[in-house]
Structures are given as C-alpha cells and as structure tokens.
Ligand binder design. Structure first.
Ligand SMILES: [Cu+2]
Length: 637
C-alpha cells in the first residue's frame, strides 16, 4: 500500500516509454500505485508470508494530444512490463498542472487578451493572475469534443499583492488544451477595477497585536506514536498512512487493539470528490463548478507543511513523491503531518458523597494534509481518539473567490467584501469513501433515528425509542440527513456479537451539512448527482473509487455513484462501502476578506456496541507539571 517511490515512478515511465506509449504529445495525467485487490491483501495478511515479495503494480492515465484520445495503462513494476492498455476515447481526463501552466502563459501572450487588458489601462500582463478552470458542459456547440478549460483573471499592482483583490470582471479566455490554442477571448464589457490591495502579510497589515504570550507544546519524553515506514501505531490504534495523486491523503487498515486482539474498523478512507458549484448566473460565474479532485487531483495541490506553523508540537512528517506530466518525479516535502494534540476533557466524575474526583484528559492523534486549490485552502484532518472514535474534519480557509462590481451596485448572488469586489455565493461538497470493515468484511448498514413511542405504549407521553431499519439494497442506501430525528447510520457485523449478544457496530454521525441549491436538470445537478444524497452504500468493487466517476472533467452526466447504484445490488451482510457527502453553503461575509478564518465541517465514526464498555476507562490520570494557576493562590490538581 506504500505510495510509489521516486525510483518506482521512474521505472514505470521507463516501462511505458519502452512500450512506445510516451510518444511526443503524450502527457501523463496520472501515475500511481495500483493497489492490490482487497481479497489478495487479506489473504496475504492471513498467511503471514514473512516478507515474500509481492509484485508492485502501477496504473497510469495518458492523454495523447495528437491522437486526441486517452489511454489507461496497467503495468507491473516487478516484471517490468505493460499488463494492459485500454483506449478511452469517450472521456476527458483531469487537467494536468503542466497543461494549466502552459495554457496560462498562452493566454497571457495572446494579442486579443492583451488588447482587452489595454482597454482597461493595464500594460503589464505579467501582473495578471490567470487560472485554468474546468469548463463543464456549458460550451458552444462548435467546441464539442474538444479538451477545454476556461480562464478567469485578476490583476495586481505589484507582484506581492493579493492575487484576487482586483478582479478583471468580464474577460475570460477559452483554451483547447490538446492543440494548446486560445479559441476565444470573451469580453463582456469593462467594470472599473478595485482600488484597494486586500493584502494580508504582516508588512501590509502593519501593526500586529502585541498581547499574545508564548504557548508551547512540550513532549519531553517524545510522542506516544510509533512510525515504521508508512505504518503507525498509537495507543490501541494501528493503521497505514497513504497518499495518491488524485485523493491526496489516504488511510489504510485502521484497527483497534481490544483485549489483546486487533479488530479491523476501516479498510480504506479517502476523499473521493470535492465539488464547488457557484450560485451566481453572471458570465464570470455560471461555469464555475469545480471538481477539484476529479478535474485536478489533490496531490499536485498539496502544501509542504511548516513546522511550528501548520503543525504544533512533536511532529512526524511524511514526504510524498509525485510525477509531473512528463513523468519526472518531484517530492512534496512534509506533505502529511502526524502529531498528537491535547483535546481537553476525556471523562470526569465527582462522587458527591465522598468528594472523590476522577478526571482524565483526552489526547488525539491527528493525521492531516493541506491543499491549495487556486484561491482556496482545504485542510483535511483525520483524528483518532482514545474512546474508539474516528473523526474526519475539513477546515476551509484561503481567499474567497472574487468578481468585480461597479460602484453603487449590489450583488444579488453574492456579497461585497471590499469596494468593487464581490464574493459570489457557492457550496462546497466533499465526498468521503469509507470502506468500512467493522470487525470483519461482512457488514450491514441500518438507518437509525429516535421517535416517540406508539400511543398504546406511551401513557405519560414522554417515551421515545430507537428505530433501526436495515438498508437491504443500493436503492435503500441513498439517504439524507435528518437532524431533528437524530438520524445516523449504524454499520454492524451480524457475525460478531458483543457481551450483550448484539452485533458489534460503529455508527456514522453527520456533522454540519447542507442540501443542494441548484435546481434539478441544471448542469450542476446532472454532472454531480452524488450530491443528491448524503449517504450512499455500495458493495465493494475495486474500480469504484470516485463519487463522480473516474473522469468528471467535461461530463454532461455523472458517471459515478448514481449510475452504479442503478444496479440495486444487495448490500446486506456484505462487504459494504459507505460514501458520505457533506457540504457547506457559503454565503460570504466581509469578515471572510482578505483571508477567510477557517470554517469546519466533518463527521464522526463512533463505536456503538463495538466494545463491551468504555475503551477510554484505562487512560491513566495525568498531572501536568508545567501547568500553573495564575491570578490567585490556588494550585492546580
Ligand atoms: Cu467557500
């Protein structure tokens, strides 16, 4: 499960070159480990072969810009040969970083674009920020079948200025990436440029507040985790950290050691899509519907994290290696951060009769990675807790996307965040693929909520009960949140019983979430059907990895979850995969400018009869000798 190393990436490129697959005009869109099939992994673990070499295989997606087609390649690194090549003439793979960079310079040099700049009094195209966005399916018929992006832009006065403070409202380029030509410069008329800089560095902000005292995280005995290669142990948890160019951070084989036995919980967890539709019908916004994972991939967007800034305390970083679209490996240093955090209270009770107090502090293991998608930052966090809980959280920050607006106008579909600068309404939808194996692969998912007892059992009117309904096939698996009834989903193993004779289980508890605001039949809804439901449940299938299908770029219809579940396959007592969609409706605020303080959303996986009692009961009391009481004479603890 280890991500491909630099040597393996180079070897994969050599194999493909040797097979004549990398002729001029061919770009490597994706090159990653082809993970061994789940059954093979479980058989390998069961056999404990003691270090027998397993053939490492890789998968690549190639775009041939001359033949105008796409190839999927499977290759064996061990045997040094191509296993299979499949032509996919029906898809547009993700846009590579190389294509984006070339396209942006092409637009910058284009005479029509320079003329549009000149009309706005701009003489230095070098100061213009240009972005290459997936165009979706809202394109002129003349462009059908072409590999396209569209390019909005902004300008700055100095190279160090906030790149989004001066939108060039109304000027958009459309580029054919295969032929690498500008097809069109759209010019919807001049909107006066914003005056203010919107800069946010300490220099630009000026006086920094001066009343913050040092707050240091000290772990004099080192961290409580053990790392061996990509495998991690912490408290009773064990897992493998992974990373793919498309999904970014991936977690494998999460297990919990319970009374000497390692019990599986989650076979694989990953972000399968991140979709951001904008809710403004203006020429600068109606095409802004970004599939950040499917159209670009999180890998190339991943930050090199900085010690003491992004992550505080005793940190173990993981570097990752990716290949650019020419097949040259490059390293993202400190791409994944592993550390522990104090998390306040774990449990407490004061015995009122004796005054005896037992209190425990909570610690959590944090595994995180941060991606910059143009203006926005997405920080992805997985937390493991001492009480058996797994939490997934996304922190959204960065710069809200901006458009220009004339003095005196008020935006109908956004908010003014600075003079002549508007931030349009939008939604962020994340889909997390959770291949749960709760104490084994055969699991059943139930919808659970609470409701008042029936009248004949409810003489005092206050009785309420838990109602659980098993989801039997994929059609049942399509579920929405229902906060008022406390709906959650229970993933149980019918073959494993707890002390009380009940099937052991975990439950998926929704956190902040939202519904969809674009109307049925719209481009947004057709292309991203996975946002129609908060939960989807499918039987495990190795090639079903992405909620919006393998190739959402330029689709007219979602080819992922919504199509797969049409089979209505059985999901009871099966190796199930849960796909949880959670979103945030972002109606921007002036306080989001110039850089947005983090917004948090996520969900929990909590044991629900998985253990026979609280697994956190054996956490020892702590006495932190560094803590001190100030402002009075009372000591601590
Ligand atoms: Cu937002």
């Amino acid at each position: 499960m280890d991500p491909l190393s630099a040597e393996e990436l180079e070897r994969a490129v050599t194999i493909m070159r040797g097979a004549g697959l990398l002729s001029d005009g061919v770009r490597i869109v994706l090159l990653e480990l082809a993970e061994p099939d789940k059954e093979a992994v479980q058989a390998y673990e069961d056999d404990s072969p003691g270090g027998d070499a397993v053939d490492r295989t890789a998968a690549a997606v190639l775009r041939d810009s001359r033949a105008l087609t796409t190839f999927e390649v499977d290759l064996s690194l061990g045997r040094g040969e191509v296993i299979e090549v499949r032509e996919r003439a029906d898809v547009q793979p993700a846009v590579t970083a190389g294509e984006s960079a070339e396209c942006i310079e092409l637009v910058r040099a284009h005479p029509g674009f320079r003329a549009a700049l000149a009309q706005r009094g701009l003489t230095d195209p070098g100061l213009v920020t240009i972005e290459a966005w997936g165009i979706g399916d809202q394109v002129a018929p003349a462009y059908a079948g072409r590999r396209l992006v569209w390019c909005p832009c902004w300008t700055r006065r100095h190279p160090g200025d906030n790149p989004y403070a001066r939108p060039l409202e109304g000027v958009y380029a459309i580029v054919d990436l295969d032929r690498m030509v500008v097809l069109e410069i759209e010019d919807h008329g001049i909107t006066e440029l914003a005056e203010r800089d919107g800069n946010y560095t300490p220099d630009a902000v000026g006086q920094m507040r001066d009343d913050l005292k040092a707050l240091e995280i000290v772990q004099p005995d080192g961290p409580s985790f053990i790392v061996d290669g990509w495998s991690v142990q912490w408290q009773n948890w064990a897992l493998r950290v992974g990373f793919t160019p498309r999904e970014g951070l991936v977690l494998h084989g999460i297990r919990y050691r319970d009374q000497g036995r390692e019990r599986p919980v989650l076979y694989r967890a990953s972000f399968s899509e991140l979709f951001v539709p904008y809710g403004d019908p203006s020429p600068g916004c109606y095409r802004r519907n970004a599939f950040d994972i499917g159209e670009h991939g999180l890998g190339p967007l991943t930050n090199s994290l900085e010690l003491g800034c992004d992550c505080l305390g005793t940190i173990r970083y993981f570097d990752v290696v990716l290949a650019d679209d020419a097949g040259v490996p490059y390293t993202v240093r400190n791409a994944i951060c592993l550390h522990e955090e104090d998390f306040g209270l774990l449990w407490k009770h004061t015995d009122a009769s004796t005054g005896e107090v037992e209190v425990r502090r909570a610690r959590r293991l944090v595994i995180s990675s941060i991606a910059t998608a143009d203006n926005y930052e997405y920080a992805f966090y997985w937390y493991l807790y001492q009480d058996g809980t797994i939490e997934c959280e996304v922190k959204l920050t960065g710069i809200v996307l901006t458009g220009g607006i004339a003095d005196g106008d008020r935006p109908s579909y956004g908010r003014i965040v600075a003079p002549r600068v508007t931030a349009p309404n939008h939604q962020h939808f994340f889909n997390v693929r959770l291949d749960l194996d709760v104490d084994g692969s055969k699991n059943t998912v139930s919808e659970v909520h609470a409701e008042p007892a029936p009248d004949d059992e409810n003489p005092y009117g206050g009785a309420f009960r838990r109602v659980a309904t098993p989801l039997r096939s994929e059609h049942d698996g399509g579920q929405l949140i229902e906060p008022l009834s406390g709906r959650y989903w229970r993933i149980e193993n019918p073959g494993k019983r707890n002390l009380f004779g009940d099937p052991v289980a975990y439950k998926l508890i929704p956190g902040g979430n939202t519904g969809v605001l674009s109307v049925p039949g719209s481009s947004v809804r057709r292309r991203a059907e996975f946002i129609d439901k908060h939960l989807w449940v499918t039987p495990y299938a190795p090639d079903e990895r992405f909620a919006s299908g393998s190739y959402p770029n330029q689709t007219s219809r979602d080819t992922g979850l919504a199509r797969w579940v049409e089979q209505d396959r059985p999901i009871e007592d099966a190796d199930v995969v849960l796909w949880y969609t959670f979103g945030s409706t972002h109606l921007p605020r002036p306080e989001d400018w110039p850089v947005m303080p983090v917004e948090r959303i996520g969900f929990l996986l909590k044991p629900d009869g998985f253990f026979d009692r609280s697994p956190a009961i054996d956490v020892p009391p702590s006495l932190d000798s560094c803590s001190k009481s100030v402002g009075d004479d009372h000591g601590c603890c």
